[in-house]
Design a protein around this ligand. Structure first.
Ligand code: BES
Ligand code: ZN
Ligand code: ZN
Length: 499
């Protein structure tokens, strides 16, 4: 793939098509749109007048420039970006992705993009490149025919008056982030017979080697020795051994306060049958994406290694398969976690919290002072928030606010649910310290969070329940259906704003 940034006139851009952002309700009477309308012989004005194109976000219209015009591109793609006052650098990601998918379908290999956002150049260019890369991810990896082989291979980004260094930097950042998001999505999409915990660890190791991260993989013997009885209990019913994947990023020059360490912790259930509390077979196939939190951690660590922020970050992924067999955990089993707390397992399908209990405790033991865990933890979060917001909860309001703010800056939605002390009482067990479920049908998402909270000691901690947001059931104008790669961009923003 080829990326070019230009500061001159868009008419000079060497590409088959020109894609231009158009605001909702915009008339082609001034500025860029007026110039462009002229080059089409008034076609743009006619389309807008007839309301065949409205500028609504994701709206598209393809026309031809007049043959003897002065533009190098022969086609013009209008792409709606919604109201001008809601237009942000992150909107350029959807703009670019929408244009890419539209043109790819029509066999076009190169286009120039006119995002019409002249400030925050690095961020705008980054989003243009990111959208271009993430929009071309498809689910057809295992198809032997009918693959989508069409690719747009060249993008020219036109921003008036931009500094060449900013264009270059934006392109490099966009490639790093876009490819890391796709890395996450590829992992999340892998079938569970292929992506076992062992394979997930191998992929993390190979990635770490490629980008220069430290990677350590703890096997079951090590985990047992460290007292991770909660995590290990989930793995008992599977013939696939569990792995704890630990990725470390250390900056060459650190600006972090002494002793400060951010940990990203992910749920990596490579398949969730529910265990002995087995799930109904209808829809169980979806549970291959139950390792999306872990995939997000691995993909985010990849991007961190490439972006080289000045703060250290550690990534911890508990990769485990939840299966039922003669060795599997039973409802009513009692296990002891690494921090010494005893857990009565009342539902083996509430396994994500069991593995995260030991994973967050491990992260804190490694020196983490701030922990973000992410997990497809509860069906309840889908009932509560649907697919447009990730549920967020935590033990420190300022930290939660910071993450929500990072999400807003990159266009990812988060919605906080409360974690007041009364909820913690709901998971008190009659025979052990805590039980792994709360009262049936009551605040299921919060129950998951208050459980994990029991394994955080002094660190600031936030929990992201991505069960509703990690998988798209239908495609959008700028992205295919399937794994979304949600939270990677938010976490990168968090890391970079901590510098
Ligand atoms: N992996 C599931 C949660 C889930 C459900 C993710 C649907 C995505 C879509 C999790 O391990 C689970 O089974 N949770 C149970 C918890 C319950 C037993 C307390 C749930 O949500 O039903
Ligand atoms: Zn489960
Ligand atoms: Zn699960």
């Amino acid at each position: 793939m080829k990326f070019t940034g230009i500061t001159g006139n868009f008419t000079e851009a060497n590409a088959e098509a020109l894609a231009v952002a158009v605001f909702k309700g915009e008339k082609p009477t001034t500025g860029y749109l007026k110039d462009i309308d002229k080059l089409t012989g008034g076609l743009v004005a006619a389309l807008i007048k007839a309301e065949e194109f409205t500028g609504e976000s994701g709206d598209t219209a393809l026309v031809r420039f007049t043959p003897k015009g002065s533009v190098k591109a022969s086609r013009l793609l209008l792409v709606g970006v919604g109201p001008l006052d809601e237009y942000k650098p992150h909107s350029v990601c959807k703009l670019s992705g929408t244009a890419t998918r539209f043109l790819r379908k029509r066999n076009i290999k190169s286009f120039a993009l006119l995002p019409r956002y002249d400030a925050e150049v690095v961020e705008v260019v980054q989003n243009a490149v990111q959208g271009f890369i993430t929009s071309q991810f498809e689910l057809d990896k295992y198809k032997t025919k009918d693959k989508n082989n069409k690719q747009v291979t060249s993008l020219v980004i036109c921003i008036d008056g931009a500094k060449p260094a900013d264009l270059k930097n934006g392109i490099a950042r966009g490639q790093a982030v876009g490819e890391s998001i796709n890395f996450t999505r590829d992992l999340a999409n892998e079938p569970p017979n292929i992506l076992t915990p062992t394979e997930m660890a191998k992929r993390a190791q190979a990635m770490a080697k490629e980008v220069g991260l430290k990677c350590e993989v703890l096997d079951e013997a090590r985990m047992t020795k460290m007292g991770m009885g909660s995590l290990m209990s989930v793995s008992r019913g599977s013939s696939q051994p569990a792995k704890l994947i630990v990725l470390r990023y250390t900056p060459t020059r650190s600006t972090a306060k002494k002793g400060e360490l951010l940990a990203l912790v992910g749920k990596g259930i490579t398949f969730d049958t529910g265990g002995i509390s087995i799930k109904p077979s209808e829809g169980m196939d979806a549970m291959k994406y139950d390792m999306s939190g872990g995939a997000t951690v691995i993909g985010t660590m990849r991007a961190i290694a490439l972006l080289k922020p000045t703060v250290p970050v550690i990534g911890v992924v508990a990769a485990v398969e939840n299966m039922p067999d003669g060795n599997a955990s039973r409802p009513s089993d009692v296990v002891t976690a690494m921090n010494g707390k005893t857990i009565e397992i009342l539902n083996t399908d509430a396994e994500g919290r069991l593995i995260l209990a030991d994973a967050v405790a491990y992260a804190e033991k490694q020196g983490a002072t701030r922990i973000v865990d992410m997990a497809t933890l509860t069906g309840a979060v889908i009932i509560a928030l649907g697919v447009h917001n990730t549920g967020i909860m935590g033990n420190d309001q300022a930290f939660v606010d910071e993450i929500v703010g990072c999400g807003r800056a990159v266009g990812e939605g988060y919605w906080q649910l409360p974690l007041s002390p009364e909820y913690s009482k709901d998971i008190r067990s009659d025979i052990a310290d805590i039980k792994n479920i709360g009262p049936r049908g009551k605040a299921g998402t919060i129950m998951g969070a208050v459980f994990i909270q029991e394994f955080v000691d002094k660190a600031k901690w936030a929990h992201l329940d991505i069960a509703g947001t990690a998988w798209l059931d239908s495609g959008k104008s700028h992205i295919s259906k399937g794994p979304s790669g949600v939270a990677v961009r938010t976490l990168l923003k968090l890391v970079e704003s901590s510098q």
